[in-house]
Design a protein around this ligand. Structure first.
Ligand SMILES: [Zn+2]
Length: 378
């Protein structure tokens, strides 16, 4: 029996391993060329491929990707148990270990090749400066951050007043959020053809519990191209998370790039909640940057925050922070530590050298854009 399995493994692995190694090297070679990625892949191949997957999975009301991930998890656990049983039974013979190692290597190469061809190549697109037609962007200065903060505080106060006097913001239904997100991207696409266009569908994730423990608010599935968001998030956060995930779907793999286009889409929306969500997101980042960089601001933070920020806005922010605080348990904190470290490695391996901090790089682009717009007005 064991000899039969060994022969089958040999035939399978020896004939395919070489092929998959060659293919993986070729795909890696292509991923290193920004010209290839931007000209051929991002603008031509990706929109068609993504459109086909959206046609295939978009109409299904639940996330197929979530189900695939769950099934894959149980399949891998089952396979792992089987493999351990098999190895123990055959006294861990080195010849078996070698063949099983080859089978695993082929599987890993297959996943890598599919991931890269399906979406991963987009990690090496041209810079945001080139996409936006900007010259070099310099880091935001403390003075600029203060000036932008003043404007944002005004904008969020006005928007919040228009959103009604309910202390807890009303959550729109899912369909409404999706329609508004697509409308926001409709107008943005005319300005930025670098965004692939498709009628996006965003689905509430079935993995809400996992999101709570791992600490994600939404995610894009690079294998099915579905965008999933945790529907349980507070109303204020939903639009910016949805527009962020759609940006991934439209061909922006980088986290800051996705946040930037998500912000642009949400702030140009006709829907007040989308605009409020976008500006609140930016205000968070500006506050955080000032807190880190300006000692005087840091020392007076609590007093200034209470005096300057509208009470309804403060209540929304408090609810947002409480949402995540209430989810924290001893179990979730160590699971989150592991998942953060894993995700950090994933981001760095895909060229996002800033790792998790790359989520915040778009602040400098937002300040640069804001200064340019002000310059045009004056
Ligand atoms: Zn993202």
């Amino acid at each position: 029996m064991a000899a039969k399995i060994l022969n089958a493994l040999k035939i399978n692995t020896q004939s395919t391993l070489f092929f998959w190694i060659l293919l993986a090297i070729s795909v890696f070679g292509c991923s290193q060329s920004i010209f290839f990625v931007e000209t051929f892949y991002a603008k031509s191949i990706y929109p068609r491929w993504s459109g086909a997957l959206n046609w295939l999975f978009g109409w299904i009301p639940f996330s197929v990707g979530d189900i695939i991930y769950m099934a894959l998890f149980f399949y891998l656990v089952f396979k792992l148990i089987k493999a351990v049983q098999f190895l123990i039974k055959n006294k861990l013979q080195s010849v078996f270990r070698r063949e099983i190692g080859r089978v695993l290597l082929v599987r890993v190469l297959q996943i890598y090749v599919y991931f890269m061809l399906s979406w991963g190549l987009l990690y090496n697109r041209s810079s945001i400066e080139e996409q936006m037609g900007w010259e070099r962007v310099t880091p935001a200065s403390v003075a600029d951050l203060h000036a932008l903060r003043c404007e944002l505080i005004d904008s969020v106060r006005i928007l919040r007043n228009h959103l009604g006097s309910d202390t807890v913001l009303k959550k729109p239904n899912w369909k409404e959020l999706q329609v508004n997100a697509n409308k926001a991207y409709d107008s943005l696409h005319k300005q930025f053809p670098s965004l692939a266009y498709s009628n996006s569908t965003v689905k509430p994730t079935l993995l809400n519990k996992l999101g709570k423990y791992i600490g994600f608010t939404g995610y894009f599935n690079p294998f099915t191209h579905e965008a999933q968001v945790r529907a349980q998030l507070p109303a204020m956060a939903l639009p910016s998370v949805i527009t962020h995930e759609i940006a991934h779907q439209l061909g922006q793999a980088g986290e800051s790039e996705a946040s930037w286009y998500g912000f642009l889409a949400a702030k140009s929306s006709h829907d007040l909640l989308f605009r409020y969500s976008a500006y609140m997101d930016l205000l968070f980042l500006v506050d955080q940057a000032l807190f880190d960089q300006d000692e005087e601001y840091r020392n007076m933070y609590v007093g200034r925050y209470k005096a300057e920020v509208d009470i309804m806005v403060r209540m929304d922010r408090k609810q947002y922070l409480l949402f995540f605080l209430n989810e924290e348990t001893n179990f979730s904190s160590w699971v989150q530590d592991i998942s953060k470290a894993t995700y950090q490695t994933y981001l760095v391996a895909n060229g996002e050298s800033a790792g998790l901090a790359s989520y915040q790089l778009w602040l400098h682009w937002a300040v640069h854009d804001w200064k340019k717009r002000k310059g045009h007005k004056n």
